[in-house]
Design a protein around this ligand. Sequence first.
Ligand code: PMP
Length: 422
Amino acid sequence: MDVNAIDRQALAAATDRAREAYAEFEAAGLKLDITRGKPSAEQLDLSEPMLTALQPGDHTASGVDVRNYGPPAPGLTELREIFAPLVGVPVDQLVARDNASLALMHQCVAMSFFHALPGGRDAWGGKPVKFLAPAPGYDRHFAVSVELGVELITVPMTDDGPDMAVVEELVRSDDSVKGMWCVPKYSNPTGATYSDETVRRLGAMETAADDFRIYWDNAYAVHHLTDEPAELADILEACAAAGNPDRAFVFASTSKVTFAGGGVSFFGSSPANVEWYLARDFVRAIGPDKVNQLRHVRFFGDTAGVEAHMRKHAEIIAPKFEAVRNALDHDLGPLGIAEWTDPKGGYFVSLDLVPGTAKRVVELAKAVGVALTPAGATYPYGNDPDDANLRIAPTLPPLAEVERAMKVLTTCVILATEETLG
Ligand code: PMP
């Protein structure tokens, strides 16, 4: 965005209108929230039949008594068969676990401090450990890192994924760079899907650390907003083809497919990494919640069942994303004071403002009852050096509330921009 090209007269005229609108919002006593990427009640209702999908006596076809402890160690085979093609991991390299893939990521980072990874000589404990953090990115990845003592190095995001020239230089030159966070499809928050070339380079790049791991958080693998799903290249294949078969840990979950509070999660990787993971995990827990796993199997039936279910999600949330786009196009487009993404999937829109205005926008919106994700949340340590990026999460509120909240947001953007430039 070229700040110098902003038409100041047009901005001044828009500011007059925005002041009037803001006074009306103040009087209206609003209470709106577009902070977190949660599914709406209507979306959760789609999975209600899952609650009654099991009948007494229902065991798997192979005779697993899901009520008891015990095999299969990687989780129910039937569930892994349904999701393997969707997350791009061979069934026998895919592990199914309980709700919250974030817990698996936390566990993998934590365990790496105590147990050497395949290919690595030592565990990470007692030495500096750094992860690359493409930003804007997912705040909870950053929180896990901070919690476990991992230093974050910010890498710029592009439309094709992280800036690979920067990534390649950092991993090649520093053996304390042990990992990297990636949301490769419909990225949180920009919506970008990594290009084939980015995936190839990630698999092939030379790393100083012999136990470098890509945390491939494919949280939005099946969350399309259009009829033309983005294609993501196979990271396990890209790593194996380049002679780095153990480089990637793949994560996914049904948190935004079935129930955010009662879904199932997945970990996929090379046979050596899966063995490493299962050995650690068996100490943590004797086994996952197989009852919930079977509930998911019965509810979906097969892979096509998941895809059909996700189309229903898209029908509910696509209009909300359209409302976001319309508001930004209409209110901010002609002024040239912001840029935003137009995601084809996932849960977020990323909004870039005139530097130095993002925090002020959040403050102005809060004062009239509209909660926005804190400015800076999309950057490591909550620190957006330009104070320019905001994340919009439109899925949770009803459409009318999204429209209202967007009107407030665009009004606050205009006011904050005029304050800063004026
Ligand atoms: N990864 C990303 C990129 C996410 O956006 C989210 C949810 N906001 C998660 C992981 C969390 O997933 P889970 O509920 O499986 O822990």
